[in-house]
Design a protein around this ligand. Structure first.
Ligand SMILES: Cc1cc2nc3c(=O)[nH]c(=O)nc-3n(C[C@H](O)[C@H](O)[C@H](O)COP(=O)(O)OP(=O)(O)OC[C@H]3O[C@@H](n4cnc5c(N)ncnc54)[C@H](O)[C@@H]3O)c2cc1C
Ligand code: SF4
Ligand code: SF4
Length: 951
C-alpha cells in the first residue's frame, strides 16, 4: 500500500467508485465519483487530534463491530492515505447540533464540512477489476446460532481478535464473559460445498483455519483443545501440505471429519454443544467448545452486479465477474480491455492473487504500451550529513506486537542517554504513511545525520524506510534497522523484562553501528532490452506473447523440436474439458503472428552476467538479455513398482491414460480387452512423508475429468482418495457432477493405501473404506494411478546451478517470497513461470506467466538499472592475489587481473556481487572490504554488546 501510495505514476482515488465507462479498449474514459472525506487530504497529517476530541463513539466496521471508533477517524492504523475522514451519518453537525470540535482541534485547518461529491473523468487504456470478495454472513443460518451466541463468530472476526492492533489487542476472549476459551472449534465450509449453499470451494479457508488453530495456542497458551470440523482439508498450495502436517503434530489440534448439523448454546454455562456425525466412526457425536469459529465462504463483494453493469461485463453463475476461459484467458473479462485479478474472479489465496495482479497488469500493458512512460524521477537535492553523527532513534510499537511485551517507554528513556543520540521518538506504526512522514519531518527538523529504526523485520521493511529517507535527500545507507519484534518481543513473548533488556542491548548495538555508517551511492548500468524465455510450454509461450505485445524483443528457447510442453500430451483440461490441442493451437497461431524469436531444439549451455546484462550461451549462439524467465515445467511422477505398476498393462498412470483418451469418448481397450471397470488411486507419489510430502494440486481435478469421460464411455468408475482437492475454479462443480453421473468416491484413511493384485485379466483392488469402516474389494479392467508432478530433472538442477536460483525442499525453484514475490527469484532479473515453481494447472500457469512478463517488462521499460551499493571491494595494496576470494564466491564476482606493472590483484565485479561478505571474511590478507558491513561497524557493535550483559 505504501509503495502504491507514494508511486509518482499512480493516482489514488479513495472513497470513490467508477460510475461510468465509455469508449473501447485502448481508449476508455472512466467517470470516477469521489465522495467527500470532509478532510482535506493534502493538509491532513494523520496526527489524530481531531479524533481525540470527537464526542461520538460508534462501532468500528474494520473491527467487524468488535471495537469502536469516533465519527472522525482513520479507517485503520496503516491506512493509505493516512488522512482522516468524517462519517457524516454519525457526525453531530449533521444532526443540527453545532459541535465542530474537530475543526477547532485541527492545527492544519484540514476540516471542510462543505466538501461536495466530485466526478472526475479519467482517460485510460485498460481497466483492472480487483474488487475482492465478502464473507458469507451466517446470520440467517439458524443451525449454527451465529445470531444468538456471541461465542460463535466468523473467521474474519476471529482474525481481528488475533491481530495485535485489533479490538482485543491480540487476545482471544469470549465476548460474553471476556475470558479466553479453553476449547476452541473451527467449522469448515460454512455456506459452501453443500446442497443449498454456494457450490464452489472457497479455496483459502482450510489453510486459514489450520494457521489460526496454531496461532490461537500461541496467543492463548491456556487453550487445551482445538477441533477442526472438515470435509476435505484442501492444502493444495505450495508448501501447504507440510504446514498441515506440522499442525497434526500438535496434540491439542484434532481434525474431526464431519459437518456439524447444529450448535446449541447452554444458557447457564455459555458452553457450545456441537452436534455432528463422525463420518469416520459412522455415528452421531457431540463436542463441547467454549468458542466456535465459522470458516465462512467467500462470496461476491457488494456492488459486484452494479459494477458489472457499469463496465458492461458479465457475471458467472456464482455472481463473481466472469472469466472468459479459465484455462485460456484466466484474467480476461467478457469485454476487451477489462481484466480481473484476485477474488473478483472467485475465491483465491494470497500468492495466486498477487501473481494475478501482476498478470493483469501485463495484460493491460498491451493497451497502454504506446504511451508507456518512464517512472517519473524527481531531482532530490541531498541533505548534508557531514559532521559528527547526530543519531535519531525511532521505536515502533507495531500495534501491540512489540509494545505488548517490550516496555517501549523505558527503552526510549534508556536510548536517550546513548552517545550521539539527539532524538528519540516512539510511534504506534512507523511503517504507516503517517509514521514515514514523521521520520522525514524529524530528520529535517532535528538535523539528523543517522537514523535508527527499532521495529519489525528488515527483510520486508528496510526498503520502505530507506525509500522514505531517499525521498528527502537523506542517503539511505546512513540508516540502520534493529529487529526488536522477531528477536525480542516474539522470542521472549512470555518474558517482558527479558524482551525489554534485549531490545535495549540490540538498539545500543544499532546506534553504535550507525555512528560508523558511511554514505554510499548506487551505480547505474544500461540495460539490454531483450528477454530470454527458457522453456516453450504453455507458460513460456504465454510469457513470450505478453512481452511481445508490448514491443519487447523476446527469445523463446525450447529444447525439444516442438513447442507446447505437456499440453501436447494432454487430451482435455480440467475442469471445463477444454481440448488441450485447441488451446495450444490458438497460442501457437498467436506466436506465429508475433515477433517472438522461437528457437526449438536448442539447449542453454551457460548463463553469465547479471540483471540488465545477461549473456545466454545456447547451442545456436549467444543471446544477450536484460531479463530471463525460467519456464521449464515439471514432470509427471514415475511410479516404481507400487500398486503393481510395471507388472501388468492393467495398471497405468493418469499421464499414460491421457494418450488413450485423446480419441474422445470412443471405447477404450487395454490388453485387447474393452475397459468396463476402472479404479483410480489418488496421491501416488504425492503426500507421502518418505518420498514427497507435498500435494500435486492437479491430480484430483484430472481424475474427475478422466473419470467423467470414462463414465460417458459406459465404464464403471471408482476413485480411492484421501481428500478430494478439486479446489480450482469450476473444480468443485465438476466433482459434484461426477458424483451425480455415478462415479463412486471411496475415502481411504491416511497411511492405508489400497492394495492392487494383478489378475490374468485386470486387477483385484482391496481398500479400507474410511466411511463404511470396512474393507471393500473389487475386480477392475484398469487401475489408474493419479501420479503427481515432480521437478523436471536434470534440467531444474542444471538451472539452479547456472542461474544461482535456490530450490525448496520439494526440489522446485524457490520464489523470492510466496506473497511478496511469487514470480521473482532471489537472483535479480530472473523470473519463474509455470510448473517449474511448483505443480499447478494451466490457468494458474498462464496467470503466473503473465505476471513474470509484467515483472520483466518493468526492467525493459527502463534505460538503466541501479545496482545496490552494499558490495565488496578489494583494497589492492593489500591483495596478494592468492585467489581465495575467486574460489570461495558462489556468484563468481571476484577475478584475478594483471596490472600494467605485471602484479596480479583480485577485483570484484560489483554487478555480480551480492554483498554477502563471504570473501571479506575468508581473505587471509584482510584485503576485502564489505562496504556496508565494514570491520569498524562490526567491531563497534561487538563493543556495544559487551558494554552490558546481553539479555
Ligand atoms: C497427467 C497430467 C494431467 C494434467 N491435467 C491437467 C488438467 O486437466 N488441467 C490443467 O489445467 N492442467 C493439467 N495438467 C497440468 C499441466 O500440464 C501444466 O499446468 C502445464 O503443462 C504447465 O505448463 P508449463 O509451461 O509450466 O510446463 P510444461 O508443459 O512442462 O512445459 C515446459 C517446457 O519447457 C521445456 N524445457 C524443459 N527443460 C528445458 C531446457 N533445459 N531448455 C529448454 N526448454 C526446456 C520442455 O520441453 C517443455 O516444452 C496435467 C498434467 C499432467 C502431467
Ligand atoms: S491426488 Fe493430487 S491433488 Fe489430490 S490430494 Fe492427492 S496429491 Fe493432492
Ligand atoms: S561479497 Fe559475496 S558475492 Fe560479493 S564477491 Fe564476496 S563472496 Fe562474492
Amino acid at each position: 500500500m505504501m509503495d502504491a501510495g507514494r508511486h509518482p505514476n499512480i493516482t489514488l482515488y479513495t472513497n470513490a467508485e467508477v460510475v461510468a465507462l465509455r469508449g473501447s479498449a485502448g481508449d476508455f474514459t472512466a467517470t470516477v465519483r469521489c465522495y467527500p472525506r470532509y478532510v482535506d487530504q493534502s493538509r491532513c497529517t494523520g496526527c489524530g487530534k481531531c479524533s481525540e476530541v470527537c464526542p461520538v463513539v460508534v462501532p468500528n466496521e474494520f473491527d467487524v463491530g468488535l471495537g469502536a471508533r469516533k465519527a472522525i477517524y482513520s479507517p485503520f492504523a496503516q491506512a493509505v492515505p493516512s488522512a482522516y475522514i468524517i462519517d457524516r451519518e454519525n457526525c453531530l453537525n449533521d444532526r443540527l447540533i453545532v459541535c465542530e470540535r474537530c475543526r477547532r482541534a485541527c492545527e492544519r485547518q484540514a476540516i471542510d464540512y462543505d466538501m461536495q461529491v466530485q466526478d472526475v473523468e479519467v482517460p485510460v487504456g485498460a481497466v483492472i477489476v480487483a474488487t475482492g470478495f465478502e464473507v458469507f454472513d451466517p446470520y440467517a443460518m439458524k443451525t449454527y446460532g451465529y445470531s444468538v451466541s456471541p461465542e460463535v463468530m466468523t473467521g474474519i472476526e476471529f482474525e481481528r481478535m488475533l491481530n495485535a492492533s485489533g479490538p482485543t489487542r491480540g487476545r482471544i476472549i469470549r465476548p460474553s464473559d471476556r475470558k479466553p476459551p479453553k476449547r476452541l472449534a473451527f467449522v469448515q465450509c460454512v455456506g459452501v460445498r453443500g446442497e443449498r449453499d454456494c457450490q464452489y470451494c472457497s479455496r483459502f479457508c482450510c489453510m486459514n483455519s489450520v494457521k489460526n488453530a496454531m496461532l490461537a495456542k500461541e496467543h492463548e497458551p491456556g487453550i487445551e483443545q482445538v477441533t477442526i470440523f472438515y470435509s476435505d482439508i484442501r492444502a493444495f498450495g505450495k508448501g501447504y501440505e507440510s504446514f498441515f502436517n506440522r499442525s497434526k503434530e500438535h496434540d491439542y489440534i484434532r481434525y474431526f471429519r464431519g459437518k456439524p448439523s447444529k450448535i446449541v448454546r447452554d444458557a447457564q454455562t455459555g458452553e457450545l454443544h456441537i452436534f455432528v456425525e463422525d463420518t469416520f466412526a459412522g455415528k452421531p457425536d457431540k463436542v463441547v467448545a467454549d468458542m466456535v469459529v465459522l470458516a465462512s465462504a467467500a462470496v461476491p463483494a457488494e456492488g459486484t452486479a452494479r459494477l458489472a453493469e457499469t463496465l458492461g461485463i458479465e457475471l458467472d453463475e456464482s455472481g463473481f465477474f466472469k472469466v472468459v476461459e479459465e484455462n485460456g484467458e484466466p484474467l480476461s473479462t467478457t469485454r476487451e480491455g477489462i481484466f480481473l485479478c484476485g477474488c473478483a474472479r472467485g475465491p483465491e489465496d494470497i500468492p495466486d492473487s498477487v501473481a494475478q495482479g501482476s498478470g493483469a497488469a501485463a495484460a493491460a500493458q498491451r493497451y497502454v504500451a504506446a504511451c508507456r512512460v518512464e517512472e517519473v524521477k524527481q531531482e532530490i537535492p541531498p541533505l548534508n550529513t557531514d559532521g559528527p553523527p547526530r543519531v535519531g532513534v525511532f521505536l515502533c510499537h507495531c500495534g501491540v506486537n512489540i509494545a505488548g511485551v517490550v516496555d517501549v517507554r523505558s527503552v526510549a528513556d534508556y536510548v536517550r542517554e546513548l552517545p550521539g543520540v539527539v532524538h528519540v521518538e516512539d510511534n504506534l506504526f512507523l511503517c504507516s504513511d503517517a509514521g514515514q512522514k514523521l521520520i522525514q519531518e524529524r530528520v529535517v527538523e532535528k538535523g539528523l545525520t543517522r537514523v535508527v529504526v527499532a521495529a519489525c523485520t528488515p527483510r520486508t521493511h528496510e526498503p520502505i524506510f530507506q525509500e522514505s529517507l531517499r525521498l528527502i535527500g537523506f542517503n539511505p545507507y546512513l540508516f540502520e534497522m534493529v529487529n526488536v519484534r522477531d528477536q525480542c518481543s516474539w522470542v521472549h513473548s512470555q518474558e517482558p523484562e527479558r524482551a525489554t533488556l534485549r531490545a535495549r542491548d540490540q538498539i545500543r548495538m544499532g546506534v553504535a553501528r550507525a555512528h560508523r555508517l558511511e554514505p554510499l551511492e548506487k551505480r547505474q548500468i544500461s540495460i539490454e532490452r531483450a528477454v530470454v524465455v527458457i522453456g516453450g510450454g504453455i507458460a513460456g509461450i504465454e510469457a513470450a506473447l505478453r512481452l511481445d505485445a508490448q514491443g519487447f524483443p523476446v527469445y523463446l528457447v525450447e529444447k525439444e523440436d516442438e513447442l507446447g510442453g505437456r499440453l501436447r500430451e494432454l487430451a482435455f483440461l480440467a475442469p471445463h474439458e477444454l481440448p488441450a490441442r485447441t488451446l495450444l493451437e490458438r497460442k501457437l497461431a498467436q506466436l506465429q503472428a508475433s515477433d517472438v524469436h522461437v528457437m526449438t531444439s536448442v539447449q542453454v549451455t551457460q548463463v553469465t552476467g547479471f540483471v540488465g546484462n545477461f549473456e545466454v550461451t545456447t547451442t545456436r549462439g549467444l543471446l544477450r538479455a536484460g531479463a530471463l524467465i525460467l519456464a521449464i515445467g515439471a514432470q509427471p511422477y514415475q511410479p516404481a513398482e507400487e500398486f503393481a505398476y510395471g507388472q501388468t498393462h492393467a495398471v497405468m498412470t493418469n499421464y499414460e491414460l491421457e494418450h488413450a483418451l485423446a480419441g474422445g469418448d470412443a471405447d477404450l481397450f487395454v490388453g485387447g480387452r474393452r475397459v468396463e471397470r476402472v479404479a483410480f488411486i489418488q496421491c501416488v507419489g504425492s503426500r507421502n512423508p518418505d518420498k514427497n510430502p507435498n500435494c500435486s494440486r492437479i491430480c484430483c481435478g484430472t481424475t474427475v475429468r478422466q473419470a467423467r469421460q470414462l463414465r460417458r464411455m459406459g465404464a464403471e468408475v471408482v476413485v480411492f482418495y484421501r481428500d478430494m482437492r478439486t479446489a480450482s475454479h469450476g473444480g468443485e462443480e465438476a466433482y459434484r457432477q461426477a458424483r451425480g453421473e455415478g462415479v463412486i468416491f471411496v475415502r481411504v484413511p491416511d497411511g492405508r493405501p489400497p492394495e492392487v493384485v494383478p489378475l490374468a485379466q485386470g486387477c483385484h483392488v482391496r481398500a479400507f473404506d474410511a466411511m463404511l469402516r470396512d474393507t471393500v474389494e473389487t475386480d477392475v479392467d484398469l487401475v489408474v494411478l493419479a501420479a503427481g508432478l515432480v521437478p523436471r530433472e536434470p534440467d531444474t538442477s542444471k538451472f539452479r546451478e547456472m542461474l544461482k536460483v535456490p530450490c525448496g525442499p520439494d526440489g522446485f525453484v524457490l520464489e523470492r517470497h510466496p506473497k511478496l514475490g511469487p514470480v521473482e527469484t532471489t537472483s535479480e532479473g530472473i523470473f519463474v513461470a509455470g510448473c517449474v515453481q511448483g505443480p499447478k494447472g494451466v490457468g494458474d500457469a498462464l496467470s503466473q506467466a503473465a505476471a513474470a512478463a509484467a515483472k520483466a517488462s518493468i526492467l525493459m521499460s527502463r534505460d538503466q538499472v541501479s545496482l545496490d551499493a552494499t558490495t565488496c571491494t578489494v583494497l589492492e595494496e593489500r591483495c596478494r592475489a592468492c585467489g581465495t576470494c575467486v574460489s570461495i564466491c558462489q556468484f563468481h564476482a571476484p577475478e584475478l587481473y594483471v596490472l600494467p606493472s605485471g602484479a596480479r590483484v583480485a577485483r570484484i565485479n560489483e554487478a555480480l556481487c551480492k554483498g554477502c561478505g563471504t570473501c571479506a571474511s575468508w581473505c587471509p590478507s584482510d584485503a576485502i572490504k564489505a562496504r556496508h558491513f565494514t570491520d569498524a561497524q562490526i567491531e563497534a557493535m561487538l563493543e556495544a554488546m559487551l558494554l552490558e550483559e546481553v539479555a
